[in-house]
Design a protein around this ligand. Structure first.
Ligand code: ATP
Length: 295
């Protein structure tokens, strides 16, 4: 078995740098051949994946967090048909590693074990449009308050999972709402909005259960719509997300759909798979079982 290992040394607050030699040693111990590509700068994984010859590998593995997986996935899908791709893998060393959790991969060893065992699982992929171009995500994409929180959390990466919690409290101070037109499978919602998340998998920011009912292979994505609410309501609801009970707040609504179109005023920055990238307006579609992941 030969894999391409695309490793982000800066993931998890530079944890990647320490883990790369350990992972290499473990791969050798398990007789897995690998070609290592270490990212040198932001979005480098996108370029590396787009230049790989996928047919030469039995697996293409991202070693990092959700952002690295997002870049690897897009580098591949923008260049190659999904049917030509080998299974993808994740060795989680990021701060959140939210998507990997739904594959049952919660540690570096889990990621390695999945490669060694060789079992794969077909997974739905969501696309979002940007000025006529399509981009892909497997975890979730949001806008509004969640993007503001992520911007703060990115500056606090060394705090690990906790960076998102700190981000929530910091951004509460400047809480603002926007006007939104959201069309879900043809049903139109026009209202003020705090944030929206389009979820293919369940978690965000590590262990926050944003979409408790989402499944990565059911052909649907879950939409979490949070309407304007008071700071007190937001702050008392926030801890519930760790158990996935935030839906008890009537300002939080869930939908299970196959398409979504959104226009906001003003335009809002998107947050696909934890990356600050793209903006509204956009359209989200689901592509059932588009790729396979080692799991
Ligand atoms: N050598 C590098 N130097 C600086 N940034 C890099 C480098 N390589 C990749 N990046 C960027 O690091 C960012 C974060 O990567 P990633 O999301 O994988 O880790 P994380 O943020 O720690 O984890 P998570 O998203 O799961 O919380 C990505 O935007 C990626 O483009």
């Amino acid at each position: 078995m030969t894999i391409a290992l695309i490793a982000n040394p800066s993931a998890g607050g530079q944890k990647g740098t320490r883990i790369i030699p350990r992972v290499e040693a473990l791969l050798r111990r398990h007789g897995i051949d690998y070609r290592l590509f270490v990212t040198q700068y932001h979005e480098h994984a996108l370029t590396i994946a787009g230049k790989l010859p996928p047919q030469r590998f039995d697996g293409i593995v991202s070693m990092g967090g959700d952002g690295t997986n997002f870049h690897v996935l897009n580098g591949l899908l923008k260049k190659y048909g999904p049917e030509t791709l080998p299974p993808l893998g994740i060795i989680p060393v990021g701060s959140g590693n939210s998507f990997a959790r739904d594959l049952g991969i919660c540690s570096t060893m889990d990621g390695l074990q999945a490669l060694v065992q060789g079992e794969t699982r077909s997974v739905d992929v969501c696309s979002f449009s940007q000025q006529g171009d399509l981009w892909y995500f497997v975890n979730l994409a949001g806008f509004g308050f969640v993007t503001d929180v992520a911007r703060t959390a990115h500056q606090l990466k060394r705090c690990g999972d906790f960076s998102y919690v700190l981000g929530v409290f910091y951004r509460l101070m400047g809480l603002r709402f926007h006007h939104m037109e959201l069309t879900l499978d043809g049903r139109r919602i026009e209202a003020g909005n705090c944030f929206v998340e389009f979820c293919n998998s369940r978690y965000t920011g590590g262990k926050m259960l944003m979409a408790p009912e989402a499944k990565i292979d059911d052909g649907w994505f879950d939409v979490v719509v949070v309407e304007p609410l008071s700071r007190l309501s937001l702050v008392t609801t926030f801890p519930k997300i760790f158990k996935g009970t935030h839906g008890e707040n009537p300002a939080v609504r869930f939908f299970k759909v196959k398409t979504a179109e959104v226009v906001t005023n003003p335009s809002k920055i998107l947050l696909p798979d934890g990356e600050i990238f793209g903006s509204t307006p956009t359209r989200i579609d689901i592509h059932p079982k588009m790729v396979r992941y080692f799991s």
